[in-house]
Design a protein around this ligand. Structure first.
Ligand code: CAA
Length: 383
């Protein structure tokens, strides 16, 4: 199709949602952002605040007790949380990533069974695609699921699983027919309480330290066959289709991190005086701020257009999802690096939030497919 970067217009409701999430994030999430990073601990305060305001999994349709937010509203929630704390924004983002396979391809029974507790705040969702030896080459996975009567038995190791251990539910992609590569992969819902499920030690990361990343071990986990999402052999397509939508939410996270860094730097340069005046009065500083704001605006337009397309579901989201994620994450890295530069020596210390934002930004160029993979995806789906 053509590069129809369709017009969208955030409604008055979207604007009100943004204001509400911004106030909540500044009051209840921002105060803990530095500590969550410093101590590498789960942002329980953020989860509590999001739960209390029904913002933890806004994408869940109303028929399953969810808020039924559209894709743009979901983006706005993630963006505004990420603006103050990137780790916390992975709560709504990964709840969508983990549960979208069920929403897109699951049976009615699976939707009722798993979306309802997710919406009610009785369990988060994680997404298990990557493995120690299958990252960019996701179809090269080894985890297998062997049919045995009315059950499947899953065994293998999943790696880099966001919110592992915290989540109650896991969408797991596993090989059901090793002769068929991607067409021999199926998707399942695994529960934390299933016998044989365990977790590795939390990874020690550069950023998003508040969001636990752990391995998920599946040691002959026997689950009912009706936990399969869709038909046998459709799991890889479901996983890829999910990423088309959720790369837009990673773009939103990147956008929020970048906006947070710009907002902080903007305030700082008005206060900081050198050579007898605020450094904001120097054109060199003004040009940097102008470039940062311009890049953020371009990333926002691309992300919201992709969100509008994700919502309409009129096909061909693959290019735009990858483009939004790739572009916005590169912008986040550039803008946060410039924010550190604007704060100079202060920016390089943990006394100011911009170095955390710079460290947090880096992951957005890596997860949900590296930006090199995004370029493969875009090249294969050129508009
Ligand atoms: N929508 C629907 N189906 C799709 C699809 C899409 N966007 N992309 C692929 N498929 C299906 C198709 O059925 C396709 O078969 P056909 O060609 O016959 O149509 C089949 O999958 C195989 O596709 P490819 O031949 O393109 O597969 P490939 O092996 O060449 O891999 C790839 C393509 C794009 C590199 C893919 O492996 C990929 O996206 N890799 C990156 C993985 C990734 O993003 N991992 C992130 C993990 S999640 C994470 O980071 C989470 C976190 O915790 C925050």
């Amino acid at each position: 199709g053509s590069a129809d970067f369709d017009l969208y217009r955030p409604s008055e409701e979207h604007d009100m949602l943004r204001d509400a999430v911004r106030s909540l994030a500044e009051a209840k999430i921002l105060p803990y952002a530095a500590a969550v990073d410093e101590d590498a601990r789960f942002p329980q305060e953020a989860l509590d605040a999001l739960l209390a305001n029904d913002l933890h999994a806004v994408h869940v349709p109303e028929e399953y007790g969810g808020a039924g937010a559209d894709a743009l509203a979901t983006v706005i929630v993630i963006e505004e949380v990420a603006r103050v704390c990137a780790s916390s924004s992975l709560i709504p983002a990964v709840n969508k990533l983990g549960s979208l396979p069920v929403i897109l391809s699951g049976s009615e029974a699976l939707k009722k069974k798993y979306l309802t507790p997710l919406a009610q705040g009785d369990g988060m969702f994680s997404y298990c695609l990557s493995e120690p030896d299958a990252g960019s080459d996701a179809a090269g996975m080894k985890t297998k699921a062997v049919r045995d009567g009315d059950t499947y038995v899953l065994s293998g190791v999943k790696r880099w699983i966001t919110n592992a251990g915290e989540s109650e539910y896991y969408t797991v992609m596993a090989v059901t027919d090793p002769t068929k590569r991607s067409k021999g992969i199926s998707a399942f819902v695994v529960e934390k309480s299933d016998e044989g499920v365990s977790f590795g030690a939390p990874e020690k990361k550069l950023g998003i330290k508040g969001s636990p990343t752990r391995e998920v071990y599946l040691d002959n986990v026997r689950i009912p066959a009706d936990r399969m999402i869709g038909e046998e052999g459709t799991g890889f397509a479901t996983a890829m289709q999910t990423l088309d939508h959720t790369r837009v939410t990673i773009a939103a996270q990147a956008l929020g991190i970048a906006q947070g860094a710009l907002d902080y730097a903007k305030g700082y340069v008005k206060e900081r005086k050198q050579f007898g005046k605020p450094i904001a009065d120097f054109q060199g500083i003004q040009f940097m701020l102008a470039d940062m704001a311009m890049k953020i605006e371009a990333a926002r337009q691309l992300t919201y257009a992709a969100a509008a397309k994700s919502q309409r579901g009129d096909g061909d989201l693959t290019f735009q999802g990858a483009a939004a994620k790739c572009f916005a994450s590169d912008v986040a890295m550039e803008v946060t690096t410039d924010a550190v530069q604007l704060l100079g020596g202060y920016g390089y210390t943990r006394d100011y939030p911009v170095e955390r934002m710079m460290r947090d930004a880096k992951i957005t160029q890596i997860y949900e497919g590296t930006n090199q993979v995004q370029r493969i995806v875009m090249a294969r789906n050129l508009p």
